[in-house]
Design a protein around this ligand. Structure first.
Ligand SMILES: [Zn+2]
Length: 609
């Protein structure tokens, strides 16, 4: 049976907004270490002997991995935690990230100054559209092209990277982003990834600039749903370090609270400041050990190209560059040339066009020289003052360990009684509000749908009555809509519905299909036991769910399905299960198979009984 849309990222409807009375900044005091960014100030020479060329490093200073953090929805009135907490917390550690404003909220708040301040601190400004809709080819002239022009008028470095609102994109809209002058985008297909053997990571080679894959905070939207929330950020970095690759983190605002509100009043899934600062301190220490280079996405993309296309060599005491490849010039950025010295000196002074460039001692007689190949040769000289050094003994937190079940991380036990899940009698724009105001008995869950390429579900009205409609044609994919027991899609959590006997709902519609399921809908009950780890369940592999195939008619009918009447899974790694795990419920799913050519699904009055 189909998976619920556990992979797509959906922002929440914001019912309340954080007012002017935002809590005061509470950044950690005394603060923290920081990374080195300044060239060595050489007090006197030290005889290095001959310099020899080793290689151009895969990542800056030959770190094992690269990592970018992106804060979405910057300038949003509910997300001032980004400029109040994230930007200063990064600056104290000399770390940099990307912030993704959309034009409309910066304009409405008249707060272009916070965008400029973020840039002045070395952070990258990335384009998150003009008004934050789903991007289409029809709205791309405003949302992709005009938005870039608006940002470029107000910041120093022209925008080169795009992040799609709701992480919704198509091949055509990615092309529109490229055509508008962005060379990178966060738009990778994440469905195939999990938090274990196959995490969402990008290669060292510049093969996917416009399709960077990423992980999403919070845990219930992350591929690392089986890890403690506090471990999710670091675990993604460890994944990249272990493989020598590039990790991208999507998050939104920072909250001063340890348990931030999940109702959108501080944006989508805010990161607690304490967790964020712990993560930044981890990044500083991981930098000291030369495990990870943290930098904004365009700088990592530039590096991937430049190190492959700009040739370097050493003759006598000079690093020379060959910049004849146009790609070297287009993506010009400092690359790390690794050189050896004949004598083990404390430091190396490196001068390019009269100015010192950054050097780092990686080990005995081994130095990294960071220079932009298009700025000319670099003269090297041994120095008695130490260059920035690598400290392999630095203390790092223990490797995170996953839980056995997501139920160990988040579980709500229903008492029975009020079984309301959704009457859908509310404003259409509140369809996906969390907590869902119609849920009862500890439930909070909202709606999602799949595939990601479909327009999705909406609330329609007949008189006073609202109901949900999801319709599409020729998707050629499993399609459906999902009501979670907890959170956005039920991922990473468990609801114990043992106190109830089953589900009841009203349904009407039609299904045209080329297989025997024409005229039928598959109702699946997703549990942590049958849901794959890729989508926030416990299942190591992939398998079917407990389900019931029911006829769908043009007139409303009320359907009642007991937990015990569900048919067992019919494929994959859940074959052989005989009983629904009513204590591990994640979501109810109404879907069609890829053989459906056209369907219209209307749902109303969804209850547990
Ligand atoms: Zn957004």
């Amino acid at each position: 049976m189909p998976n619920p849309g556990g992979s797509a990222v959906h922002h929440l409807v914001t019912r309340r907004r954080l007012g002017g009375g935002t809590p005061p900044a509470a950044l950690r005091e005394p603060c923290c270490g920081s990374i080195d960014t300044q060239p060595v100030t050489c007090a006197g020479p030290s005889n290095a002997g001959a310099f020899t060329f080793d290689k151009v490093a895969t990542w800056r200073d030959d770190a094992k991995a690269a990592y970018s953090m992106i804060h979405d929805d910057f300038c949003g009135p509910a997300l001032r935690g980004i400029d109040m907490y994230a930007v200063p917390a990064l600056a104290k550690r000399k770390l940099t990230a990307a912030v993704g404003p959309f034009v409309q909220v910066c304009q409405q708040g008249n707060i272009w100054n916070i965008v400029q301040t973020a840039e002045d601190n070395g952070n990258e400004i990335v384009n998150h559209s003009y008004t934050h809709p789903n991007i289409t080819t029809a709205n791309a002239p405003l949302e992709v092209v005009m938005s870039k022009a608006q940002f470029d008028m107000r910041i120093r470095n022209p925008i080169t990277f795009f992040i799609f609102p709701f992480d919704f994109w198509t091949a055509d809209t990615v092309k529109a982003v490229s055509d508008a002058g962005h060379f990178g985008a966060r738009a990778g297909v994440r469905d195939t990834f999990d938090g274990f053997a196959n995490p969402p990571l990008n290669p060292p080679e510049p093969t996917n600039d416009l399709a960077l894959v990423f992980d999403v905070w919070p845990r219930t939207y992350s591929k690392y749903a089986l890890f403690q929330s506090n471990d999710v950020l670091n675990q993604h970095v460890w994944s990249a370090v272990d493989r020598g690759v590039y990790a991208v983190r999507e998050m939104h605002s920072i909250s001063p609270a340890d348990l931030p509100p999940q109702d959108g009043s501080q944006g989508f899934g805010p990161v607690p400041l304490r967790v964020y600062e712990d993560h930044l301190d981890f990044l500083v220490n991981a930098w000291k050990a030369n495990l990870v280079w943290t930098s904004p996405p365009s700088s990592v993309i530039r590096y991937r190209h430049a190190r492959a296309k700009c040739m370097a060599s050493v003759s006598a005491n000079t690093v020379n560059f060959d910049t004849t490849d146009p790609e070297c010039v287009k993506f010009a950025t400092p690359i790390s040339v690794i050189v050896h010295t004949a004598n083990d000196v404390p430091g190396v002074k490196a001068i390019q066009s009269g100015a010192a460039v950054f050097t780092r001692k990686l080990g005995p007689m081994t130095f990294s020289i960071d220079a932009d190949p298009t700025a000319g040769g670099v003269t090297l000289e041994g120095c008695a003052t130490p260059s920035s050094t690598v400290d392999p003994t630095v203390q790092l937190p223990a490797r995170p360990m996953p839980a056995k079940s997501v139920c160990d991380l988040q579980k709500v036990i229903g008492k029975g009684g009020n079984g309301s899940m959704d009457s859908l009698d509310r404003l259409p724009e509140e369809l996906r509000i969390i907590p869902n105001p119609d849920q009862a008995d500890g439930r909070t869950g909202s709606w999602s749908w799949y595939p990601a390429t479909a327009q999705g579900a909406a609330i329609l009205r007949e008189g006073m009555n609202g109901y949900l409609r999801y319709s599409a044609a020729n998707l050629g994919a499993f399609a459906g809509t999902t009501l979670a027991f907890l959170g956005g899609n039920g991922a990473g959590s468990c609801y114990d519905g043992t106190a109830y006997k089953g589900i009841r709902f009203k349904i009407r519609g039609s299904v045209a299909a080329t297989d025997s399921l024409a005229g039928s809908i598959v109702v699946s009950v997703i549990t942590a036991e049958t849901q794959t780890q890729k989508y926030g369940g416990d299942l190591k592999g992939v398998g079917g769910h407990f389900h019931k195939i029911i006829p769908i008619t043009p007139d409303w009918q009320t359907v009642q399905i007991a937990w015990t009447d569900l048919d067992p899974p019919v494929f994959g790694d859940t074959l052989g299960l005989t009983h629904l795990a009513t204590n591990k419920l994640q979501a109810i799913d109404w879907g069609v198979t890829s053989a459906a050519t056209k369907f219209e699904l209307n749902l109303d009055e969804i209850y547990l009984y």
